[in-house]
Design a protein around this ligand. Structure first.
Ligand SMILES: [Zn+2]
Length: 300
């Protein structure tokens, strides 16, 4: 077959240039659409992993439509931590307990929003039930939700009561926020009253702290005292304990902007606890895997 004849036949069989362009455009559009659908199915999974929270503004509508999972990196599951090794990298996690609570939580949220910082909120089941709209705002602003039990009991608990304290709170968090979280903080930092045993048994991450701001002291230290305590205790990879609930914590709300400004001046960046654990996982992963595969390659 002469070359010209061949091209004529092929020309009749194949679509024209315009059609090819149209097919290419439609394929790109289909890929883009599929990407949008799949990436929106569980927006938070990627947020927790990649630290994209800085740019994401969650809406309550999205929160209602899609369940969010705050998962724990594998090497931190079923572990109790008070900080996470990140070398000299100046990152630190601000955490707030016992909320959501009228006024204080909202004041702290306003500061965090203004400073474009994400934090971790350890919520108690009872106030979340009482103030669901404040809880939703915490989530809508892109912060991490964690479990801090139903009643905030310190007493010794049977396995069944410990289970109820944690699981009933999980249920409220799911009902109100459509969130599932594997991050847990025992009230009062009590490690042996049954709660932590249950959380660890279920592969949760038990989060203590490396700096106690002292703001839960019934005498309610001044904002200056809270600031000083946090600055003195701040370390790379640290976790700062503060309170937005369990009573008025106005001094904490006043101290937070100062804490942020002064730690920033020292070069600190602020991360959520899941982000801290992701960073720490990357930091502590030894380069052994690579070396091993290289040596296997050489042998083969
Ligand atoms: Zn507490």
């Amino acid at each position: 077959m002469a070359r010209g004849e061949y091209q004529d036949r092929i020309g009749r069989l194949l679509p024209g240039k315009t059609l090819w362009v149209a097919i290419a455009v439609m394929s790109c559009a289909a890929v883009a659409l599929l990407h949008t659908i799949f990436s929106s199915i569980n927006p938070n999974a990627s947020i927790a992993k990649t630290g994209l929270v800085e740019t994401v503004e969650m809406t309550t509508a999205i929160a209602r439509s899609f369940p969010m999972n705050f998962d724990v990196p594998k090497n931190f599951q079923a572990k109790t931590i008070k900080d996470a090794p990140v070398g000299a990298e100046k990152v630190i996690a601000l955490t707030f307990d016992d909320g959501p609570w009228p006024e204080t939580t909202e004041k702290i949220l306003a500061t965090l929003k203004q400073e474009q910082i994400k934090a971790t909120f350890y919520m108690i089941g009872q106030p979340l039930k009482s103030f669901p709209e404040i809880g939703k705002k915490v989530l809508a602003d892109g912060h991490v939700i964690a479990n801090h039990t139903l009643h905030h009991w310190y007493k010794q608990m049977s396995p069944l009561v410990a289970q109820r304290e944690i699981e009933d709170t999980s249920k409220i968090i799911k009902e109100v926020l459509n969130v599932e979280t594997a991050y847990f903080r025992p009230p009062g930092g009590m490690l042996t009253n049954g709660l932590v045993a249950y959380a660890l048994k279920h592969n949760q991450s038990v989060n203590m702290w490396s700096v106690d701001s002292g703001d839960s002291n019934p005498r309610r230290p001044s904002s200056e005292a809270i600031l000083k305590t946090v600055l003195n205790g701040a370390t790379p990879g640290g976790i700062v304990l503060m309170h937005d609930g369990g009573g008025s914590h106005n001094n904490t709300a006043i101290a937070v902007p100062q804490i942020i400004a002064q730690l920033r001046a020292q070069g600190y960046k602020f991360v959520t606890v899941p982000e801290l654990l992701e960073l720490s996982s990357a930091f502590s992963e030894p380069p052994i895997a690579k070396t091993t595969s290289e040596s296997i390659d050489r042998r083969s």
